[in-house]
Ligand binder design. Structure first.
Ligand code: ATR
Length: 276
């Protein structure tokens, strides 16, 4: 029997999720229909879409911009959140657990899984994240769980980085135990093993102020599908670099596995997705 899945967003026509999930399904030889679901940008409409979908027998939903926080609040009210979603304050994956809609967040673990698949060491790594918005918030717990040695969060607006650390430490004992430094982006200097760009600057014409004394072995930009000056800068200085396309595939694989119980061969699936 065909299992139904959707990705809910606004806008949604650009979403690559249907193609990615159909590729996973073909690999697992299961029959799924994965569709884009447009939703008006308000909470009542989002909840109506989710309820109609699951009441109609839907198997699972992804949630994208601008609904990740609304999905979080909806699941939180029912006490039905994974730890990663609770700490991230955002939900990208919905399913039915018990009698209620359950929210998970696979974005941060997707990033960690991609970095591991690149062969980049995370255990004992000195890591810096640039950015203090939703994207940064979602990756802190999975990175700490992966065994990093130290974490610095740098942001254009220092107070936002400080507030983020305070909130994350209050939300998770694992994070509270990790000393996290903060600074402005321009002040970020020294030697790191991994620097992650979690800002949305790649969507603009601006470039980050990167100190000349800032060095890293590995640089990762969570954006993809466009020229990324952040990566070009560190590639020129001899670092290994990656954009966030693999994070997209890995977060999707985690959602797919949680819905279907089928393991995804990500390397094989990525080869089958040449046009993305
Ligand atoms: P997201 O959910 O994608 O993380 P967000 O919550 O709006 O989006 O956060 C955007 C992040 O990108 C913030 O860290 C923001 O820095 P500020 O907190 O100082 O606003 C960062 N950002 C966006 N545009 C930037 C720019 N031109 N220069 C530096 N940082 C920028």
């Amino acid at each position: 029997m065909t299992q139904n899945f959707i990705v809910i967003g606004n806008p949604i026509s650009h979403s690559k999720s249907p193609q990615i999930h159909q590729t996973f399904a073909a690999q697992s030889e299961i029959d799924i229909l994965y569709q884009r679901q447009y939703c008006p940008d308000n909470e009542a409409s989002f909840i109506a879409v989710v309820e109609a979908f699951f009441n109609g027998g839907g198997g699972g939903a992804n949630v994208t911009v601008p609904f990740k926080q609304i999905a979080f609040t909806h699941c939180q009210e029912q006490g039905n959140l994974s730890e990663h979603a609770r700490v991230a304050g955002a939900v990208n994956t919905l399913l039915i657990r018990g009698d209620a809609v359950y929210g998970d967040n696979t974005d941060g673990q997707g990033l960690v899984n991609h970095i591991i698949s690149l062969g980049w060491p995370l255990k004992k790594a000195r890591v810096a994240i640039i950015g203090a918005g939703g994207a940064a918030r979602g990756v802190v717990l999975p990175l700490i769980q992966a065994g990093i040695a130290s974490l610095t969060i740098a942001n254009r607006t220092l107070s936002k980085a400080q507030t983020l650390v305070t909130e994350l430490s209050a939300a998770s004992q694992t994070i509270e135990k990790q000393a996290i430094e903060t600074c402005t982006t321009a002040e970020l200097t020294g030697e790191f093993d991994l620097i992650i760009n979690a800002t949305s600057i790649g969507l603009t014409e601006h470039t980050l102020p990167i100190a000349d004394s800032l060095n890293t072995h590995y640089a990762y930009d969570m954006m993809y599908g466009r020229a990324l000056p952040f990566l070009a800068h560190f590639a020129q200085r001899g670092a290994q670099v990656s954009d966030g396309y693999g994070m997209l595939i890995n977060q999707a694989a985690l959602s797919f596995e949680c819905w279907t119980g089928k393991a995804v061969d990500i390397a094989a699936a990525t080869k089958d997705l040449p046009s993305l």
